[in-house]
Design a protein. Structure first.
Length: 365
């Protein structure tokens, strides 16, 4: 590029008006960036909550709520950046969020994690290094926009009442201008209403699993009388067991398997207390199930058995996945993928094991 063109470009960028316009455009784009990130997470929120749960920091129900809290927070921050209102507060929170997420990404890189960070859900996969670079660019854009703050509709609000009578020769305000001035005067109320609507919409579009557990009745899809023969032949009818019914090619079954694997690991549930039944979809089901566990079961290779489709589908009434609790062959509780109760499963399996361990210790003494 010729030197004179460089000089002209620099003058345009650094001129007061152009600088302000550039800062405003970049701020709006950054806000849209946060909104798009929130929408893409919401589209694949099942995977996002499983990603949070995979770290084992908290129970699944809390991770499910945390996933939606992150999405709501990103959406509200994005709208705040677009509006430019309360720019110091919004920009400070945005910067803190980006720095905090960057610290998390550095930690993930330090332990060798190269998996997707779910910043854009599963539609746009980014490893921690790529996401860290993205955050650095976002911080640079935020710093530039912060240096020349502007506010949406502020130019229309040139008096405190918004109803000033125009002076002689001054053009009267249009309806749109008066409405923009009204919005700015009541921006606190407007922001509160929009934030509440956004949060409510996100929770309605994809409610947390707790909601389904509270609102749905108990599942009764399993044909218990037909299942008895399989329970007896596999040993499921003895003791307390968690029994899962999966199809290898079912997307819901894959998510359920990942959820159950997290519950088993986090609560230290013995693998022998869990049994899986698969619908036979391949000639060599042993290899197919092994791949299924590697990809969706956190590497847990649980005991399993497969059943021909003509017997499997009537057995579950076509519902998959199912997770059932059995006590000596008696069905105690049945869940679908959205109503799984981590606490109930843990309490069902672990107390008898602890009691057995205590009795064994007392006998040995």
């Amino acid at each position: 590029m010729p030197a004179d063109l460089w000089t002209l470009t620099a003058r345009i960028i650094t001129s007061s008006k152009s600088y302000t316009v550039s800062a405003t455009v970049l701020r709006i784009l950054l806000g849209l960036f946060f909104c798009v990130s929130a929408v893409l997470k919401l589209v694949s929120v099942d995977d996002f909550e499983l990603y949070i749960f995979s770290f084992g920091f908290a129970a699944f129900d809390l991770c499910s709520l945390a996933a939606r809290a992150v999405i709501i927070g990103e959406m509200i921050l994005g709208l705040g950046l677009i509006s430019g209102w309360w720019h110091n507060f919004v920009n400070s929170v945005t910067a803190a969020l980006l720095v905090g997420f960057s610290g998390f990404l550095i930690w993930r890189m330090s332990v060798g994690d190269e998996g997707s960070c779910h910043c854009f859900g599963i539609l746009v996969e980014m490893n921690p290094a790529q996401s860290l670079l993205k955050n650095a660019v976002a911080l640079a854009v935020l710093a530039f926009a912060w240096s020349r703050p502007t506010e949406l509709f502020a130019a229309r609000h040139d008096d405190t009442s918004g109803d000033r009578v125009p002076e002689a020769g001054e053009p009267s305000r249009t309806g749109a201008q008066r409405f923009a001035a009204w919005l700015y005067r009541h921006k606190g109320t407007v922001a509160g209403v929009i934030s509440a609507v956004a949060a409510l919409a996100i929770l309605i579009i994809n409610p947390p699993d707790l909601w389904f557990r509270w609102t749905r009745g108990e599942s009764d899809d399993l044909n218990v009388s037909e299942f008895r023969q399989y329970a007896d032949s596999t040993g499921v009818s003895s003791g307390r067991k968690v029994v899962c019914f999966y199809s290898i090619n079912c997307e819901h079954c894959r998510r359920c398997a990942a959820k159950m694997a997290g519950i088993i690991r986090r609560n230290a549930i013995p693998e022998e207390s869990v049994f899986c039944f698969f619908m036979q979809e391949y000639v060599d089901m042993t290899e197919a199930v092994s791949i299924f566990f590697d990809n969706y079961g956190e590497g847990l290779h649980l005991p399993f058995h497969w059943i021909y489709p003509l017997q499997f589908i009537p057995l579950t009434n076509g519902s998959m996945p199912l997770v059932c609790l059995f006590d000596d062959g008696r069905l105690i509780k049945e869940y679908d993928r959205l109503t799984i109760d981590e606490a109930a499963i843990s309490e069902f399996i672990l107390p008898p094991l602890k009691a057995y361990s205590a009795n064994t210790s007392s006998i040995s003494r």
